[in-house]
Design a protein around this ligand. Structure first.
Ligand code: CO
Length: 134
């Protein structure tokens, strides 16, 4: 079912400071920040040879990462995104196996304009999983 790692997402309290650290201390290529109000985050992409890391800062009142940052004030790994070829087939197989899909169970359009779903972290060893159809 799983293809490549599409991205690893880190929630950070200050995206400008985090971008500077990734650019200057870690020597990575970091994109300009993009505000995604429909997702409640501002994001930058750290471009790596084999994948990317996304730095997420809360945007707006109802940001889905706000509670995470209350629990993890320094920031932390928020989710890992795996690519799948057929997101509906993957969902149906996972639900049949007892896994919980977050929200209404229907794919949404994610930050890259592709269909995504999130899987409950309690079913996957404490890690929030995003599936993205490629
Ligand atoms: Co993501």
């Amino acid at each position: 079912m799983l293809g490549r790692i599409n991205h690893i997402a880190l929630a950070v309290p200050d995206i400008a400071a985090a971008s500077r650290t990734y650019r200057e201390t870690l020597g990575a290529k970091v994109s300009a920040p993009q505000a995604l109000p429909e997702h409640g985050v501002t994001v930058v992409f750290v471009e790596l040879a084999n994948s990317k890391v996304e730095l997420l800062e809360p945007l707006g009142e109802a940001s889905p990462i706000a509670a995470f940052l209350v629990k993890n004030p320094d920031g932390g790994m928020h989710h890992i995104c795996y690519e799948v070829a057929d997101i509906l087939a993957a969902r149906d197989q996972l639900v049949a196996a007892g896994a919980r899909v977050l929200g209404d169970g229907e794919p949404k359009i994610g930050a890259h304009g592709k269909q995504v779903l999130f899987l409950h972290p309690k079913d996957f060893f404490g890690t929030l999983i995003e599936l993205e159809q490629v």
